[in-house]
Design a protein around this ligand. Structure first.
Ligand code: OXD
Ligand code: MN
Length: 600
């Protein structure tokens, strides 16, 4: 190591200083740089990244402050098969996680980290998930050899000097170590050591694997901390619905990755409902930290400070608010670079450029085919934008409220062509927890694997629950007992298709129609019908005016096919059985009661 300490140390936190020193001994960087979060630092890092090609400058007139980044071709999504929870006991990680002992994890990863930062700088990023000083918030330190990571973390979290000040000389923090190493997939590991409050990520440069505040801390480690400390970390958007009388109700919604959380969080009221005067406020699009408030209500904070959203399919019709948000100060990852220095992606606005450079850095034309005759995509299907939440036209200062926002309803939802109806309400909290626990969804491009395959994804947390999911469900049930004003729990499915595979529901802005029904149920002023699976909207209780739906479509959207549900229950049986006797008895009972109702 040429120069271990390049700056005056900006902290006297001994544990932190010793740990940075120890990690530097392991990774052998040429230099250590403590990030202060200043705009000078941002400029310096951008300049450096431009000089190495880590960033490409976009047209600064059309996209001020925007840059393009390309990942390695083999490094475009989260790698669930290389993501591990390292606990002393295998049962504590549960069948929902890949597991290693902490000793094995540290040993394997240490061999890859060893000397991995030679010739590179190790950046020390102090960051805070949640508003600084809020009782919800947690501090982390990420050590990384990637400027892309530093610049993304600047957007995604509160970071820099103020965080070190908050940490003081002995505050607790999550220790995150990241190195790109050689980006070799055979030497890639995303390891979590919840018993040590530590994350080690090596061999990747893709956001979901390396922005350690996001999935690794704010979900996997935080879910573990939440159980210990009596709160919850969830894969949920948070939005406020302002009614014409000015009252705002907040809801959270858990959908699996790339199933429209960002779109719902930024919903624009559709033409047909505009006259009703609803306004939507975006508090968060991916993660919610939930605590019980003084009045026994559930309160939510978005721990993040930016969006890391999926681009393909995002356009001015599907998400006008996101398009506005990413017009400046945005990092685009893995999209087409047009000759005029702007960017394009499949399902984006306007026509593709007649020629451009694709996400792999190759010359690209629309309609190109590969050697097998398959279309060559210009943008990677999991291409992303990173943009500050504060740039969102539906941004609300409530995002910085240290006490969070009160939650009136929790929505679970998956991407399912069949089985689940458009919306239903659970009978009560316990039944709602079961509804979340049996969630299933088709696999998307956000994780490596077979697209479209249906898998159970309880609470949309399968890839993110940092401990045994059976214990996580028990924690949900316990939280319900402590909530004297528990939110109602609903399930939605925007993705139901007809026999020809056509989506039955228009989705996007029109999802407000379903949210309106949900609010009505919360306030007790719309009607529902009891069914075997929960409360369904009574005919006419959801405003479907001006929608091009045939009576058959409506029937199909709200129908429950008992045979399909009973078949699905068999898959639930298999899934729940993997948790053995750790499965809370109450969930097994809910499942059997559903079977009984379906058979009656
Ligand atoms: C995400 C994901 O990036 O869930 O939010 O993969
Ligand atoms: Mn997500």
């Amino acid at each position: 190591m040429k120069e271990v300490v390049a700056q005056q140390k900006p902290t006297n936190h001994k544990v932190l200083l010793n740990w940075v020193e120890e990690m530097a001994q392991l990774c052998q960087p040429d230099k250590i740089v403590w990030c202060d979060g200043s705009s000078e630092e941002k400029k310096r890092l951008e300049k450096e990244a431009l000089s190495t090609g880590e960033l490409i400058e976009l047209n600064q007139e059309k996209l001020p402050g925007c840059y393009l980044h390309r990942t390695a071709h083999n490094d475009v999504a989260r790698v669930e098969h290389l993501t591990f929870i390292c606990t002393k006991q295998k049962e504590d990680a549960g069948p929902n996680n890949n597991w290693m002992t902490p000793e094995a994890g540290y040993e394997k990863a240490r061999a890859i980290f060893k000397g991995s930062m030679r010739g590179r700088i190790m950046y020390v990023i102090p960051f805070c998930m949640g508003p600084l000083g809020s009782p919800f918030s947690k501090i982390g330190i990420e050590l990384t050899d990637s400027i892309y990571v530093v610049l993304n973390m600047r957007i995604m979290a509160r970071m820099g000097k103020a965080v070190l000040e908050q940490l003081g000389s002995d505050g607790e923090f999550t220790k995150g170590l990241h190195s790109k190493a050689d980006l070799n997939v055979d030497r890639r590991l995303i390891l979590h050591f919840p018993e040590d409050n530590t994350i080690w990520s090596v061999g990747s440069g893709y956001g979901g694997n390396v922005l350690l505040g996001k999935k690794c801390l704010a979900l996997r480690i935080a879910s573990w901390l939440g159980r210990r400390e009596g709160w919850m970390a969830e894969h949920m958007l948070i939005l406020g619905i302002e009614k014409p009388n000015g009252e705002i109700k907040y809801i959270t919604a858990a959908f699996p990755s790339a199933c429209g959380k960002t779109n719902l969080a930024m919903l624009v009221p559709p033409k047909g409902l505009k006259h009703k005067g609803y306004k939507i406020w975006t508090v968060g699009d991916d993660i919610a930290w939930l605590r019980i408030g003084n009045q026994g209500e559930l309160r939510a904070v978005n721990p993040e400070n930016g969006f890391f959203g999926v681009l393909p399919g995002t356009n001015s019709v599907t998400n006008q608010v996101a398009m506005e948000t990413m017009k400046r100060n945005t990092i685009y990852t893995n999209v087409v670079l047009a000759p005029d220095g702007t960017v394009w992606w499949e399902g984006g606005d306007g026509n593709p450029p007649a020629q451009g450079i694709d996400w792999k850095g190759n010359a690209w034309r629309p309609g190109m085919k590969d050697a097998d005759g398959k279309p060559v995509l210009g943008a990677q299907p999991n291409s992303r934008f990173t943009a500050p939440v504060a740039q969102c036209p539906t941004y609300t200062e409530k995002m910085n409220d240290p006490t969070g926002v009160p939650i009136s309803a929790i929505i679970f939802g998956g991407r399912r062509a069949r089985v689940a109806p458009l919306v239903y309400e659970s009978f009560n909290w316990q039944h709602g927890v079961y509804v979340g626990a049996q969630m299933a969804s088709e696999r998307t491009a956000a994780q490596v694997g077979t697209l479209g395959e249906v898998r159970r994804d309880p609470m949309a947390m399968l890839p993110f629950c940092g401990y045994n999911m059976a214990d996580y469900w028990a924690h949900w049930l316990e939280m319900g007992k402590k909530l004297s004003k528990a939110p109602k729990i609903f399930h939605v499915n925007w993705f139901r298709t007809d026999d020809k595979g056509r989506y039955l529901w228009p989705g996007f802005g029109d999802n407000l129609r379903v949210l309106e029904w949900i609010l009505g149920r919360v306030e007790g002023n719309v009607e529902a019908e009891q069914s075997a699976i929960g409360y369904l909207p009574k005919s006419g209780s959801i405003d479907l005016s001006d929608l091009p739906l045939t009576p058959n479509d409506v029937q199909a959207l709200f129908s429950i096919d008992r045979k399909e549900w009973l078949q699905d229950l068999k898959l639930q049986d298999e899934f729940f059985a993997t948790f053995g006797n750790r499965l809370p008895i109450k969930l097994a009972e809910e499942k059997e009661q559903l079977r009984k109702r379906l058979n009656t």
